[in-house]
Write a protein that binds this ligand. Structure first.
Ligand SMILES: Cc1ncc(COP(=O)(O)O)c(C=O)c1O
Length: 405
């Protein structure tokens, strides 16, 4: 079972199964081991050029940069370290639109993107006067490529479309999007926070010009991410969002944290070695878990395309069962109502609404995420608990609403 224990009512202690891998992943112990020396004996500032403390830290950061770059087949010099995908998305979108200085002022993104992409895009409209097109998705969460091609004009600067959706796991057709953008001379930014280290990504094959990366979605630490910025053909120009010492080629001032960079680098290196096996194992877990739920929970629906998805995500609607009731009844399972990053807001998920779900269906939806450290037995236990709890909650509802009940 999970490593944490939850306390239920009357002091009952349940084993707690962690099922929120899209919110964050546990840090792999191999990553922790790699990071520790950079928090203790090797404490140098990687930007100190006058002594060995600095040189050693600098070399560790550069090795991490190579590890990150290698996973997306990029030139390490094109990888900029940031604090996470939120910062990378802000830098890519605001930075690109600002650098255009109005020469091209149109930005295209998609309704099911992460809030930090949508909010950055809206910022460019409100503060820079950019024209914004937000493309819809179909009922399975996929964009329409013809619609994308039609939306591009001679004023379009940037298209921002994510790799793997954080709420429904859907994978967008990246190579096709990249082809359209390249043909039309438009930069393609991809928020790959949920895709990097999980699905094969190649910046040249997919013609991606900017790519956002996050450490804590791939068993690395929180507070570190990266932005890939294409250096040539086309050369992408960005306006930095922070003023300071001009680190990271002037694009992201601030002292780099070597332990964080090393953590992201090691996480990327492990992912590179284990990606195929991990994807196959995750698919087996998906088949087993979804097979059980779909057979035993009447009316359950999987949100997002069945095939084009990361299998470590199972987002479902269970008609007639509000998700708050399910969460309250299952203190031994740590799953979520949707995106942790927008959990401060109480409204229904904008992603589920974009798929065409109504408010009631969106409120009866839950997101289960599993991965590297999820065992089969844990997932069987979770399925069993969900099945029995849904049956009980539905039976209670029926008896409460019947005249004799
Ligand atoms: C698709 C996507 N983009 C961006 C982010 C933000 O990443 P970070 O937590 O590294 O800022 C997340 C995190 O939930 C995400 O899932």
């Amino acid at each position: 079972m999970g490593r944490v224990r939850a306390t239920g009512g009357k002091g009952t202690v349940h084993p707690l199964v962690y099922l929120d891998y899209q919110a964050t992943t546990p840090v792999d112990p191999r990553v922790v081991d790699a990071m520790l020396p950079w928090l203790s004996e090797h404490f140098g500032n990687p930007h100190s050029v006058d002594h060995r403390f600095g040189w050693i830290a600098h070399e560790a950061v550069e090795e991490a940069r190579r590890q990150v770059a290698s996973l997306i087949h990029a030139d390490p010099r094109a990888v900029i370290f940031t604090s996470g995908a939120t910062e990378s998305n802000n830098l890519a979108i605001k930075g690109a639109m600002m650098a255009m200085e109005g020469a091209r002022d149109h930005l295209i993104t998609v309704a099911s993107e992460h809030k930090c992409v949508l909010e950055s895009a809206r910022w460019t409209a409100a503060r820079l006067g950019a024209r914004l097109t937000i493309l819809p998705v179909d009922t399975k969460g996929l964009i329409d490529l013809d619609q994308l091609a039609e939306a591009i004009t001679e004023r379009t600067a940037l298209v921002s479309i994510m790799a793997v959706n954080n709420e429904i796991g859907v994978i967008q057709p990246l190579a096709e999007i990249g082809e359209i953008c390249r043909q039309r001379g438009v930069w393609f930014h991809c928020d790959a926070a949920q895709g990097f280290g999980k699905i094969p990504l190649d910046i040249d094959e997919m013609k991606i010009d900017l790519m956002s990366i996050s450490g804590h979605k791939i068993y690395g630490p929180k507070g570190i991410g990266a932005l890939y910025v294409r250096r040539a053909r086309p050369r992408v120009r960005l306006e930095p969002q922070m003023s300071g010492g001009g680190q990271e080629q002037g694009l992201r001032s601030g002292t780099l944290a070597p332990h964080q960079c090393v953590g992201l680098g090691r996480a990327a290196e492990i992912a590179a070695g284990e990606m195929d096996a991990e994807a196959k194992r995750t698919q087996r877990l998906f088949d087993r878990f979804w097979g059980r739920l779909s057979a035993e929970v009447e009316g359950i629906r999987l949100n997002g395309d069945r095939e084009r998805r990361w299998p470590g995500n199972v987002n479902v609607t269970i008609p007639g069962v509000p998700v708050e009731h399910l969460i309250a009844a299952l203190p031994d399972l740590a799953f979520s109502t949707g995106s942790a990053c927008s959990s401060g807001s109480t409204g229904p998920s904008h992603v589920l609404l974009a798929l065409g779900l109504d408010d009631e269906a969106a409120h009866a939806s839950l997101r289960i995420g599993f991965g590297r450290f999820t065992g089969e037995a844990e997932l069987d236990y979770a399925a069993e608990r969900i099945v029995e709890t849904v049956k009980r909650l539905r039976a209670e509802r029926i008896s409460a609403s019947s005249p004799s009940g």
